[in-house]
Design a protein around this ligand. Structure first.
Ligand code: HEM
Ligand SMILES: *[C@@H]1O[C@H](CO)[C@@H](O)[C@H](O)[C@H]1NC(C)=O
Ligand SMILES: *[C@@H]1O[C@H](CO)[C@@H](O)[C@H](O)[C@H]1NC(C)=O
Length: 445
């Protein structure tokens, strides 16, 4: 429907039905730009996200009202990526070793999506809360269950008529149960961190560098109680893990379907790691890998609709369309990404198209994995574009780099990429497909 509407109405709008409402979809790069430029008091991202995710029921009410994790992810967490990335690489190595059984020189099939989800979960939590908690089996199970359950809760809420949402919402058990169990493990760490801040004051020199520490600092500065840190950490897990594991699995499928991409990537990765060791600097020099990830997300993103907004007042778009207050809007992400107007041979998976474009000095920045534009909206675009994308970019590249360096990969019988599953606007890679891994036969770093 999204592609059909886009083709028919490019430069204007069309609407598609969700189960319980309409979404107005703007079509074409110029309209994506127009959509993201409306100020918050005319088009609200928060209201749109609330309506689609029903966060106050599926996550937690107080974190919806005080999302302290957003400034923290955007601020200290992203500023400190240089210090965090070596730990992420260390955790990725250990988590991959656990996910892929060691069979010597034999090929071994691994169901990719759950394996990648676990790797992402451990790698993220290494810098969200740190060792040893990021390897605690119960902690991981709570987080992984929760990520699944929020999606389930969301689905139930979309099936619930607006009149009954608040009744059904309050009955949804998962978020409350998850928060309770999560709190048993995390609350003591948060309390200890509060105590340390009280003891050392703002100048706590050797405070652990992780999300929990910075969330605690934010909570103290803004006068919030320790509970909010616990729900902010759980919320951060939801936004980080669901999207990242889908995106990295899409990329892995592109590699398994076309193992001929491995040698050029391997050469680049090896050179950078030899020079700098694992970390942000080495990752920053892997232009081909960066391009590969951007191209993978261009053709296989996590959502067919992005730059979601809700009209707060009656509005008129440049093409004359009148948008009544209360309307949900979004950009047709996949259709935009597959438009020949925006990309040469948009239908072709060309892994190094962006690194080729970056050779030109003036084109260095805008074709990076994390750069958004009216033509590239997998992370949204504008003021509310994903604040976690700088971390996500580094983390996902670390995972793929580690795999490429240490394993040969393919599908069974050298088969093709399995088709995606669409779930409303979500684009999910096949959940049960196996990727075959074999320890790399030649030496590695
Ligand atoms: C490949 C991985 C990811 C993708 C594709 C992704 C995508 C998105 C998108 C599309 C939005 C909405 C932006 C808009 O509509 O304009 C968003 C928001 C957000 N993302 Fe991500 N994201 C990813 C990873 C992460 C990670 C790892 C974190 C945390 C560390 C994160 C934290 C957030 C937060 C907190 C918001 C809400 C921002 C706000 O309310 O202003 N994301 N993300
Ligand atoms: C996770 O979900 C499974 C299946 O629903 C359940 O059996 C298990 O008890 C849950 N684990 C935790 C720690 O909540
Ligand atoms: C995902 O990638 C495959 C292979 O490049 C392509 O055929 C498919 O159309 C892509 N996009 C979606 C949304 O399925």
């Amino acid at each position: 429907m999204l592609q059909e509407g886009y083709t028919k109405y490019r430069g204007s709008v069309f609407r598609v039905p969700l189960l319980d409402r309409w979404v107005v979809v703007v079509s074409g790069a110029a309209m994506n730009e127009e959509l993201r430029k409306f100020p918050d008091d005319q088009m609200s991202f928060i209201d749109a996200a609330e309506e689609l995710v029903q966060a106050k029921y599926t996550i937690a009410k107080e974190i919806h009202e005080n999302p302290i994790h957003i400034p923290v992810i955007r601020g200290p967490f992203t500023r400190n990526l240089g210090a965090l990335m070596p730990d992420v690489a260390d955790e990725v190595a250990s988590a991959v070793q656990e996910a892929i059984p060691d069979t010597g020189e034999e090929w071994v099939g691994v169901v990719a999506l759950p394996a990648m989800t676990r790797v992402v979960c451990r790698a993220s939590n290494r810098v969200f809360i740190g060792l040893p908690m990021c390897r605690n089996p119960e902690y991981l199970e709570i987080v992984l269950n929760y990520t699944k359950d929020v999606a389930k809760g969301r689905f139930i809420m979309t099936l619930t008529p607006i009149l009954f949402k608040s009744i059904v919402g309050h009955l949804l058990p998962w978020s409350k149960n998850a928060l309770k169990k999560f709190s048993v493990l995390v609350r003591p760490v948060v309390d200890e961190t509060f105590r340390q801040f009280d003891h050392h004051g703002k100048e706590w020199e050797d405070k652990p560098k992780n999300l929990l520490t910075w969330l605690t600092e934010e909570a103290k500065t803004t006068g919030h109680r320790p509970e909010i840190v616990v729900s902010a950490l759980l919320s951060s897990n939801f936004v980080a893990i669901h999207t990242s594991s889908i995106s990295v699995t899409h990329a892995l499928y592109h590699i398994a379907a076309c193992p001929e991409f491995i040698p050029p990537l391997r050469e680049e990765i090896e050179t950078a790691i030899k020079k700098h060791g694992w970390g942000k600097q080495a990752i920053g020099e892997m232009w081909k890998l960066d391009s590969f990830m951007r191209e993978s997300q261009r053709v296989n993103g996590t959502s067919g609709v992005s730059v979601i907004r809700k009209a707060v007042v009656d509005l008129r778009l440049a093409d004359g369309t009148v948008i009544p207050a209360g309307t949900l809007l979004g950009a047709a992400a996949d259709a935009t990404h597959c438009d020949d107007e925006n990309y040469d041979d948009a239908g072709v998976f060309n892994p190094f198209r962006f690194s080729d474009m970056r050779q030109e000095e003036s084109e260095r920045i805008k074709h990076q994995f994390v750069s958004t534009s009216p033509e590239y909206v997998p992370f949204g675009h504008g003021k509310h574009a994903c604040p976690g994308r700088f971390f996500a970019g580094n983390e996902l590249k670390t995972i793929i780099a580690h795999l490429v360096l240490n394993y040969d990969m393919k599908f069974e019988d050298d088969g093709p990429r399995p088709p995606n599953k669409w779930f409303a606007a979500a684009v999910i890679p096949d959940r049960s497909a196996k990727v075959y891994f074999r320890k790399r036969q030649t030496s590695s770093v």
